[in-house]
Design a binder for this molecule. Structure first.
Ligand SMILES: *Cc1c(COP(=O)(O)O)cnc(C)c1O
Length: 465
């Protein structure tokens, strides 16, 4: 399979190249040139598959010219064996036709494990074959960092550097990063804020001269295609469990960078009957404003009780735009250029296409807390704040009552105790068994000045040989 850039100018790549590439050289994001599709019979057959078998079925066509099927099976089985529920992604029913898809049974208790556990293994597999090593560098305000570290901790060919703003991530999130042992794992606590961390990562990618000759940086944020690919699987898993291909399903997705919900869009393009995709945002509601008014303007970031969705620029939205503009790379390049200068107004035709499948809902912190309290009272089920935003948006939607709505439960409630306290509940959510001693484990991190040269010096002094 070939992958092409959303901005139309970068060369097409194969899967292995795209895995290692990050952004395309023209500034765009890679998408498959064509999608594999599954017909009614294919989807019916999925009903008898367990999660790893389904993952193999969905992922194989995307990687087949680079990874032999037998090797892919091993990578996928290893990946999902790390999950602590036999179903991998179990479903819970909250009300008639209201469902939750629990995506937090992986090592770090957030849905990012689905992709990053696989990504680490895919990277190590191709690096081993190429006899090369890479450096992963990323900035995190929480979930991505820990999932990336867990995903790469056993990778012999990867040094991983995760920058987080010193004293500005939650203690659970920090400890999930800093208690993972391994000589190839480096937690850098930067004396600055998240934007400072991200700016340093961006600058490092732009000029990689500070690395050793034979190394390059690889991105593990959701611009990496492999992450999106891995997330398509659970849409099929839920859809088939609720009656696809005979029955359509809707999904409500707590959204930040638009990676997770874009995977839902791809599932639909590949044949899954998806009635609607609900973009659920917190008060950083850029996507809700795009859907409502057809324009995208920059706004200040406002911290919320759902920090993993505190985003003002949803980079994966560009992947959807590429399709909404009938895959016209030049049109996307022009749009993004205008965005850099302030504001984009989308065409009526593009917005009409978007609204045919997507709807959106913005949920405030207050509504998030109310939803946590209501679901606890009505169902005895404790939602994390991100999932609560999804449930609220699902309940507010105007989807006809015979369509099941699946809300993606993206994190375990024990990761975000503050929201539960603010919801007025006196219960203290327990960390699952494998993390119960998290607060006793030794931590390892390096506090560094908010200065690019300091970070680079630290990195060059610690990269493995
Ligand atoms: C990352 C994250 C999200 C947002 O996912 P996107 O792919 O960025 O839209 C939602 N909830 C949780 C818990 C997350 O960690």
């Amino acid at each position: 399979m070939k992958y092409i850039s959303t901005r139309g100018r970068a060369p097409a790549l194969n899967f292995e190249q795209v895995l290692l590439a990050g952004l395309a050289t023209d500034g765009g994001l890679y998408v498959p040139e064509t999608l594999p599709t599954f017909d009614r019979d294919d989807i019916t057959a999925m009903a008898s598959m367990d999660y790893p078998q389904l993952a193999q079925t969905i992922i194989a066509p995307f990687v087949e010219d680079c990874i032999p099927a037998a090797d892919l099976t091993v990578l996928i089985e290893d990946t999902y064996a790390e999950f602590r529920h036999n179903a991998v992604a179990p479903m819970v029913q909250l009300a008639a036709n209201q469902w939750l898809l629990e995506l937090f049974h992986g090592p770090t208790l957030a849905f990012k494990d689905f992709a990053l556990q696989l990504l680490g293994r895919l990277l190590d597999y191709v690096l081993e074959r190429r006899h090369s090593k890479i450096v992963i560098m990323g900035a995190t305000s929480g979930d991505t960092g820990s999932a990336a570290i867990e995903g790469c901790k056993r990778c012999k060919n990867i040094d991983i550097y995760i920058l987080h703003p010193h004293q500005r991530v939650s203690e659970v999130q920090r400890r999930q990063m800093t208690t993972v042992a391994g000589d190839n794992i480096h937690n850098l606590a930067i004396e600055g804020n998240f934007d400072d961390c991200q700016a340093m990562v961006k600058a490092s990618f732009a000029d990689q001269g500070f690395l050793l000759q034979d190394r390059s940086l690889v991105a593990v944020n959701s611009i990496n295609w492999a992450r999106i690919m891995a997330q398509i699987v659970y849409y099929f898993y839920a859809g088939v469990a609720l009656g696809a291909p005979s029955r359509s399903v809707a999904f409500s997705v707590p959204t930040g960078n638009f990676g997770d919900i874009f995977a839902g869009y791809l599932a639909r393009q590949m044949g899954l009957p998806v009635e609607r995709l609900i973009i659920a945002t917190n008060h950083n509601d850029v996507l809700h404003r795009v859907m409502s008014h057809g324009r995208d303007d920059r706004q200040e970031l406002r911290h919320s009780l759902s920090p993993s969705m505190d985003i003002t620029v949803s980079s994966n939205f560009e992947r959807l735009l590429f399709d909404l503009y009938e895959r016209d790379g030049q049109a996307i390049a022009d749009l993004m250029h205008r965005f850099d200068n302030g504001e984009i107004v989308f065409s009526e035709a593009a917005m009409a296409r978007a609204r045919g499948l997507f709807s959106s809902q913005c949920v405030s912190d207050l509504q998030t807390c109310d939803q946590i309290a209501a679901t606890w009272k009505e169902c005895g089920y404790l939602l994390d704040p991100h999932s609560a935003i999804g449930v609220k948006a699902a309940l507010e939607s105007s989807i006809s009552p015979e369509i099941p709505i699946v809300t993606l439960a993206t994190a375990h409630p024990a990761k975000f105790p503050l929201a539960i306290e603010k919801a007025g509940l006196s219960i203290k959510p327990q960390l699952p068994l494998h993390l119960q001693d998290l607060f006793e484990r030794p931590e390892r991190f390096q506090v560094l000045a908010n200065e690019l040269s300091t970070v680079h010096a630290f990195m060059t002094g610690t990269i493995s040989h």
